[in-house]
Design a binder for this molecule. Sequence first.
Ligand SMILES: Nc1ncnc2c1ncn2[C@@H]1O[C@H](COP(=O)(O)OP(=O)(O)O)[C@@H](O)[C@H]1O
Ligand SMILES: [Mg+2]
Length: 293
Amino acid sequence: MNKERISFALIGGKRGEHIEDLILEIEKSGNLATHINIKDLILISSKEGFDVLYQGKSILEFDVFILRSAFRSLKNEMCIVANFLLKNNKTVIDQVIGENYIAGKMYESYLLSQSGVATPLTMQIFADENKIKISEKINFPIIAKPIVGSKGRGVQKIENQTELNNFVILEEKDKFIFQEYISISYDIRVFVVGNKVLGAMKRFVREDDFRSNASLGSKVEKMELTDSLINLALKSVQAYGYEVAGVDIVNEGGKEYVLEVNNAPQWSAFKRVTGINPADEIIKYAINKYNNK
Ligand SMILES: Nc1ncnc2c1ncn2[C@@H]1O[C@H](COP(=O)(O)OP(=O)(O)O)[C@@H](O)[C@H]1O
Ligand SMILES: [Mg+2]
């Protein structure tokens, strides 16, 4: 499908650096860009059918949709929107969000383990009386994470049985997974667009924290890719079906584990230290996908 000007919709949160970078690349390519804050969308189901409205018009007026957020509490709704777009033959990145997608870190651990990718031992329980099963299988400190999270939010260390006993496992908003702690001084963020591994950086664990998220201000440094990182990153991204992703890898005593795979990854730190601009790669990938439809 070739059209003179492709109309891109960037669906995300507030308009920030990442959306700006994408808009710049879309405009450079001679195409049209619109940033849509997900909160401005209206979903409507009626006897005329289903539609998603933005500023009073159907979003089906756009050609290519780049989903640029983790969408947190609106993740399920975003799956509906993405599915609707695919049913209407639109180009969606990441397409998998509209296909077969269950939000959350337990599902992600499941996908990685099904693909034979090594991950830290991870457990989820639903009843307090099963807490003992966690400490039978995982040594302290144990990492607890909200199943839907990003930027390190809510990720915490549980040091002993008393802390575990006091931990509320089913909060109103957040369910948690429990994971073995891997002792590291840095983790490795590998950036992938399509089948291409763009580069990697080390993210050092902060001195006053155990987390290494760049958005928490951790120190970052460019890292050379190795065959093993490339293979592990591609295998992990394929397990999730993502098209644009940041894979977090840790190395403990020579053994590599995948901590998580992030969709809609941020890139300010990555761009600064590697000199690689993911926005450029993402837009090239999107145009190619649209033209080959
Ligand atoms: N099992 C673990 N062992 C050691 N550090 C971990 C572990 N899990 C997470 N971390 C640290 O916490 C950070 C945030 O955890 P992560 O699972 O990536 O959640 P988020 O989606 O919030 O980024 C990671 O980047 C890493 O530095
Ligand atoms: Mg992370």
